[in-house]
Design a protein around this ligand. Structure first.
Ligand code: ZN
Length: 168
């Protein structure tokens, strides 16, 4: 398979090629990184090495390795001290010109190193679903007691007006 112009300009191809964020996990089909704009402590991404746009484009080997990657990144998340990770991230030369607001905000959270209570796992599979980079990246987002006022419905809240299914 030849490398298209699309792939040459693809940020997650740069990542999977070892040219951007350091891997914190890898297997034969996927790499895992910590997101540099975390919305919660330990926010991680699982990215196929191959330029795959949609989760439905994974081949059989990748489908099998996907769950290995989820288990692997969970273990990394649960054994990383975020009070050390994020200052190190802020000191990265390649991020010097990037805003650090998200990192500063998660570092100020009272549950920074409390360990996840739950997870939100998923990907935005298509532009209409919010995907901004057309190379599959599965979000593994640790969740913490009290990180939002009312977590009920979770991922349903991507459509806020119809998220609430609680009977009144
Ligand atoms: Zn790519």
């Amino acid at each position: 398979m030849s490398s298209s112009a699309n792939e040459q300009n693809c940020y997650f191809c740069r990542v999977s090629g070892g040219l951007a964020d350091p891997f914190v996990f890898e297997n034969r089909s996927f790499v895992g990184i910590f997101d540099t704009n975390p919305v919660n402590p330990g926010h991680a991404l699982v990215i196929p090495r191959r330029h795959v746009v949609s989760i439905f484009d994974l081949n059989e080997q990748e489908q099998g390795d996907y769950f290995d990657a989820l288990y692997g990144i969970r273990q990394v998340i649960e054994t990383t001290r975020f009070a050390d990770l994020y200052p190190g991230m802020m000191a990265r030369e390649d991020l010097r010109d990037r805003p650090m607001d998200h990192i500063r905000r998660v570092m100020s959270l009272p549950f920074l190193d409390a360990g996840p209570d739950a997870y939100t796992i998923g990907n935005n599979d298509g532009r209409e679903a919010g995907r901004s980079i057309d190379h599959l990246h599965v979000i593994v987002l640790p969740r913490y007691n009290g990180d939002v006022e009312n977590p009920r419905g979770g991922i349903r809240n991507v459509i806020p007006d119809r998220a609430n299914y609680q009977r009144r």
